[in-house]
Design a protein around this ligand. Structure first.
Ligand code: MRU
Length: 416
């Protein structure tokens, strides 16, 4: 697995901790999770975020909460009736209902919790030990499958982009846009949209332009050469997290603000020596039946810009992000975040002379918040927006890349 680990889960010792993503990229601190309530808090505060990661942490917190009874540590035992498994199951289901309210838009958590609820309801276990084993197996499968599927997403997205560009006769270097963070930090590892960029980069490293045969123009190798992550206001997951992953992986990348996309594309298009942007890859928090996609605020306008310039726009997500029960994007509940997340900016405190982040006497970066908005101003802070399916060229899942037929996606086909 990738060395950047958002979630540390020890299946032998039964311990769980999450990397505090609010402190990244300046400080690295893991927060231990002992209960479902702990998971609720880190998810709500966005110390762990990204649709797949939220689902994994939520599910594993159920494993950890039950493990205390199995191991005889009895944390939170006041809540559960340990003498009657039917009562215990009902109490657990109430805890699950509460957990899912931590972040409503990302469907992965809701899907995983529904599956755990169904498992608990159907379980024939006569005691907490049996129930625990079943949920442990579910949690382990969830994290393992997520990783395996991410690698497939990366390959599927990469192959689709390269074959489309090849069939258009495009040659040479190209760039790719992305928004938010969809990498190792948002998943069990590797990532979804950022996984496609990782796979494209791995492919490019092996590509060489053909030697010029006498009298003929050399064919330039088709290769991804640069990622353009958007900073992703208001919480800066692009600037803090995606940029961190790209630097860490040594993938060439240039950070831009969310408002620079149009000018960047037109500038690169006009510059003969530049590698133009040929694709945009984004993740998803919920893809509904018709393909309308909830993702980080800013995704919709990015899709509109891509359409204007004829740039391929791909949504990359595992099938656990698909919600066939919701038919249309208008029916998605979009999470509203606290206004302080827009009014304040968090980060490392910098030395005004050198620009370096200051460290305390233990060598740990000093982080803080500064206000950037006029006090008293009203704020609207939706965390996500909904991109209509007509702006999406393809939905990349572990099963392949689905394109529209007669303008419509048939996502139900993926579950037959
Ligand atoms: O608010 P966040 O940081 O949880 O938003 C995350 C996104 O919008 C991601 O694009 C999405 O969850 C997919 S992550 C693989």
């Amino acid at each position: 697995m990738s060395a950047l680990q958002a979630i540390k889960f020890d299946r032998e010792l039964l311990t769980l901790s999450v990397l505090d993503q609010l402190l990244l990229p300046y400080a690295t601190k893991y927060i231990p999770i002992y209960t479902i309530a702990d998971a609720f808090d880190v998810i709500k505060r966005m110390q762990v975020r990204g649709a797949p990661a939220i689902a994994i942490v939520g599910s594993l917190s159920v494993v950890i909460e039950l493990s205390h009874f199995v191991q005889g540590k009895f944390r939170d035992q006041g809540y559960y009736d340990l003498l009657n498994v039917d009562n215990l199951k009902l109490q657990l289901i109430k805890r699950l209902e509460y957990l899912v309210t931590s972040r409503p838009t990302a469907v992965n958590l809701g899907n995983a919790i529904s599956e755990i609820t169904a498992l608990v309801t159907a379980s024939q276990a006569t005691g907490v030990d049996g129930l625990f084993k079943e949920i442990l197996q579910f949690g382990c499968d969830l994290i393992d499958d997520d990783y395996t599927n991410n690698v497939k997403l990366g390959e599927n997205g990469k192959s689709w982009i390269l074959s489309k560009l090849e069939s258009e006769g495009f040659e040479g270097d190209f760039g790719v846009l992305t928004i938010c963070n969809t990498g190792s930090l948002a998943t069990s590892g590797y990532g979804t949209a950022l996984g496609v960029i990782r796979s494209l980069w791995n492919h490019s490293k092996g590509e060489r332009s053909d030697e010029e045969p006498s009298g003929k123009r050399a064919k330039k190798a088709l290769k991804f050469s640069r990622a353009y992550p958007l900073e992703t206001r208001p919480y800066n997951q692009g600037a803090r997290l995606t940029a961190y992953e790209l630097v860490y992986e040594k993938i060439p990348a240039t950070l831009i603000t969310d408002s620079m996309v149009t000018y960047l594309i037109s500038t690169l298009n006009k510059t003969e020596s530049a590698a133009p942007i040929k694709a945009c890859v984004v993740g998803a928090d919920r893809i509904v039946k018709n393909g309308d996609t909830a993702n980080k605020i800013g995704t919709y306008q990015l899709a509109l810009i891509c359409r204007q310039f004829g740039i391929k726009f791909l949504v990359v997500a595992p099938k656990t992000t698909i919600d066939l029960n919701t038919k249309h994007g208008d029916d998605i509940v979009v999470e509203q975040r606290p206004s302080v997340e827009l009014q304040n900016v968090s980060g490392g405190v910098v030395d005004p002379d050198t620009g370096d982040v200051l460290k305390n006497h233990e060598g740990i970066a000093i982080t803080g918040k500064v206000g950037v908005a006029a006090p008293g101003i009203d704020v609207w802070n939706p965390s996500f927006d909904i991109t209509p399916h007509d702006l999406i060229d393809g939905i990349v899942t572990e099963d392949g890349v689905m394109e529209k037929v007669n303008g419509e996606f048939d996502l139900g086909r993926l579950f037959n």
